[in-house]
Design a protein around this ligand. Structure first.
Ligand code: FES
Length: 201
């Protein structure tokens, strides 16, 4: 009899525990999973990372995301654009991107990017903070007869090449900034988090 009493008590305890755990699980399941992938606008302004899908990004097209209240550009560059970059070095103020504030270690290469074809830049002019216009065509422009594609800030005529490197003789003092970012998958970029040390692109 005493043994039966113990068993009944244990059964009641286990039933109650299962119900509580089930209730907690149900509550989690009820929260839309997508919420954890899309921080609120307030959180984004405060610096929460932003995920961006580049699977539909076309050649030489630009996608704009907002991170910490600033526009971040994601651009898929053609091989022709990449091949032209070294030919511009002699016209640039800091062709090797020596300014660490503007170019983090993971982007210190000829393309200023983790993957050569995908450029990620803060779209904020280093002169007075305007957002430059994007001129991807490699054809002469009114502001540069030897234009090989890049960015032009019309308010004070600063120019940057297709890696965001600033030209000589313009008011902007430094290259456009590369923000922290990394590839979560082949087609998903997280802006606001730098790559883990030693991580492959
Ligand atoms: S803000 Fe870009 S040139 Fe002045």
């Amino acid at each position: 009899m005493a043994e039966q009493g113990v068993d009944k008590g244990r059964r009641r305890f286990l039933t109650a525990s299962t119900a509580i755990v089930g209730g907690i699980g149900g509550a989690f399941a009820a929260v839309p999973f997508v919420k954890s992938w899309t921080p609120s606008a307030k959180a984004q302004t405060a610096g929460a990372p932003v995920l961006t899908d580049i699977s539909k990004l076309e050649m030489n097209a630009r996608k704009i995301e907002m991170w910490r209240g600033k526009p971040v550009w994601i651009i898929r560059r053609s091989q022709e654009v990449l091949d032209a970059l070294p030919s511009l070095d002699s016209r640039l103020r800091d062709p090797d991107s020596t300014n660490e504030e503007q170019t983090p270690e993971f982007a210190k290469n000829a393309y200023r990017s983790i993957r050569p074809e995908i450029l990620v830049l803060e779209g904020v002019c280093t002169h007075l903070g305007c957002s430059p216009l994007y001129y991807p065509e490699m054809i002469p422009q009114g502001f540069d007869t030897e234009w090989k594609g890049g960015f032009y800030c019309p308010c004070h005529q600063s120019r940057f090449d297709s890696a965001g490197r600033v030209f000589q003789g313009v008011p902007a003092p430094s290259n456009l900034r590369v923000p922290p970012y990394h590839f979560v998958t082949d087609t998903l970029i997280e802006i606001g988090v730098k790559p883990a040390e030693g991580a492959a692109a």
